[in-house]
Design a protein around this ligand. Structure first.
Ligand code: SF4
Ligand code: MG
Length: 336
């Protein structure tokens, strides 16, 4: 009821020379303030496209977006560019994987954090600079007053990521979409950035959509999780439950490929065999069926013929019953 972000039956299609790409094929979810939703899947599963749709960043000349996206009760789908520009930064903001392309090399870090603040609040130059320095301090940049005058290349990768988070949160946007925010960083810095996001969520009360291919990241900070495959939601639920007791064979496969923290990786490292399907011509029935090891358990050609219903609450889009999945996966999921 108190969803800050509400997405209903979102579909995104791209026209290409080869045909229509069904990048997102009917997904729905709600997200409340102060909650973190992990959106997980391989590349090409539609998770980044979903994030871009929420921000209204698709080019309407090549992209058809249908369904409904409401941000704090305000319509995003079909909104005019002027409205979207006002919403972006002030009400919702995005953090990307690659801070070097997201930040301009020609302006100081301080200027780049101050600029959206000035634009959205009408603050003076001096006031915006003060705010930029304050934000740099809050994301853990030492000596923020001095570092505000540095250019992005003078920052380490981890510090640039912190600066980008400061830029995203400078207007206290309510919704933060973070797309693989730690993927380019080494493990120690990754953990620091995730801690930072967690702290900021508590401090600002933001809703966070965290897009990642890494279930380890989800385990770290997400409350709830959506697992996506071929532009559809294949499993959803509270993150701890999904990780402990997956119900979809694809989620099970992803869990098998999470390296153990104790370094004992080899024998348990079972990535999902095969590769993601073409979204120009997705497989019939359950889109996962060409890669699934459990079609025989369902029997006949049902998996190839019949598309499983997307889960509404906790559950999976799979013809296996929850009990059957639990029994089949038992012993296959390594203890965490
Ligand atoms: Fe596998 Fe069939 Fe379930 Fe799809 S519906 S995940 S193919 S068992
Ligand atoms: Mg992506």
């Amino acid at each position: 009821a108190d969803a800050f972000l509400s997405v209903r039956d979102l579909r995104v299609r791209f026209s290409t020379e080869d045909g229509t790409v069904h990048a997102v094929d009917g997904i729905s979810f709600d997200l409340a303030r102060g909650r973190t939703l992990g959106v997980v899947g391989e590349s090409g599963s539609g998770k980044s496209v979903t994030g871009l749709s929420v921000l209204g960043l698709h080019d309407p000349r090549t992209t058809e977006v249908t369904g409904r996206i409401l941000l704090d009760g305000q319509e995003v789908t079909g909104a005019r560019e002027k409205t979207l520009e006002r919403l972006r930064g002030a009400r919702m903001a995005m953090v990307f994987q690659d801070s070097l392309t997201a930040l301009s090399p020609y302006h100081t870090v301080g200027e780049q954090i101050a600029e959206p603040y000035r634009r959205h609040t009408g603050a003076s130059r001096r006031e915006a600079r003060r705010r930029a320095i304050e934000m740099l301090g809050r994301v853990g940049i030492p000596s923020p007053r001095l570092r505000a005058d540095d250019y992005p290349h003078q920052f380490s990768g981890g510090m640039r990521q912190r600066a980008m988070i400061a830029m995203a949160l400078v207007c206290d946007p309510g919704l933060l979409i973070a797309d693989e925010p730690t993927t380019a960083l080494d493990v120690t810095v990754q953990a620091q950035i995730l801690d930072l996001l967690e702290d900021l969520r508590q401090e600002f009360g933001s809703a966070i959509v965290l897009i990642t291919h890494d279930l380890g990241v989800v385990a770290e900070i997400a409350d709830d999780v959506l697992v996506m495959y071929a532009g559809r939601v294949v499993e959803r639920g509270p993150a701890a439950e999904v990780l402990r007791s997956p119900r979809h064979p694809y989620t099970r496969g992803l869990l098998g490929s999470v390296p153990r923290l104790d370094g004992d990786v080899e024998e348990d490292l079972v990535p999902v065999p095969g590769s993601p399907p073409s979204l120009l011509d997705p497989p019939s029935g359950c889109a996962f069926h060409p890669r699934c090891a459990f079609t025989g358990e369902v029997g006949g050609t049902r998996c190839a013929d019949e598309r499983p219903k997307p889960p509404g609450g906790r559950g999976a889009a799979c013809h296996l019953t929850a009990d059957r999945a639990r029994a089949l996966f038992a012993g296959r999921t390594r203890p965490r």
